[in-house]
Design a protein around this ligand. Structure first.
Ligand SMILES: [Zn+2]
Ligand SMILES: [Zn+2]
Length: 140
């Protein structure tokens, strides 16, 4: 692991922004983020300002927000951990998919553990929902 440790709520924002982009939005709308994370719009704006100071997002007050290259790299790692955590539950532990557990795990799965899960499952490309899992260092 490199770089500073991000708080779980920052990670949730980065993850939301990744998903917004994955769904085809070039800029994420504040209202969309608020709905997605179930928080108020003013707290979204406040958090985005914080993320912008850290160089993770670019915030265009009227239009929305997008990830910077640094933000994208972090978000990719979180998304990867989340989707591999889902597969860890369903394909390795044979448990029912429980989003609360998957969302909790994503913040604690180190890159090494994510790579180990990925390798164990022969580098899966899709999570149980059919969403793409970003490649890691272990992937061919
Ligand atoms: Zn999923
Ligand atoms: Zn892999």
């Amino acid at each position: 692991m490199s770089g500073q440790q991000l708080s779980e709520s920052i990670e949730d924002y980065l993850e939301a922004l990744w998903i917004s982009e994955e769904e085809g939005a070039s800029l994420a709308k504040i209202s969309w983020i608020a709905r997605h994370l179930d928080v108020s719009s003013p707290s979204v704006v406040e958090m985005l300002k914080k993320l912008e100071k850290q160089g993770l997002v670019v915030y265009e007050p009227r239009d929305g927000v997008r990830l910077t290259e640094t933000g994208k790299k972090k978000a990719e790692q979180i998304i990867r951990s989340h989707r591999l955590a889902e597969l860890l539950l369903t394909d390795i532990l044979k448990m029912k998919l429980d989003m609360k557990t998957a969302c909790g795990l994503e913040h604690h799965l180190s890159e090494d553990v994510a790579d180990a899960v990925c390798t164990y499952l022969n580098h899966p490309r899709l999570c149980p929902h059919g969403n793409k899992i970003p490649k890691g260092n272990c992937c061919p």
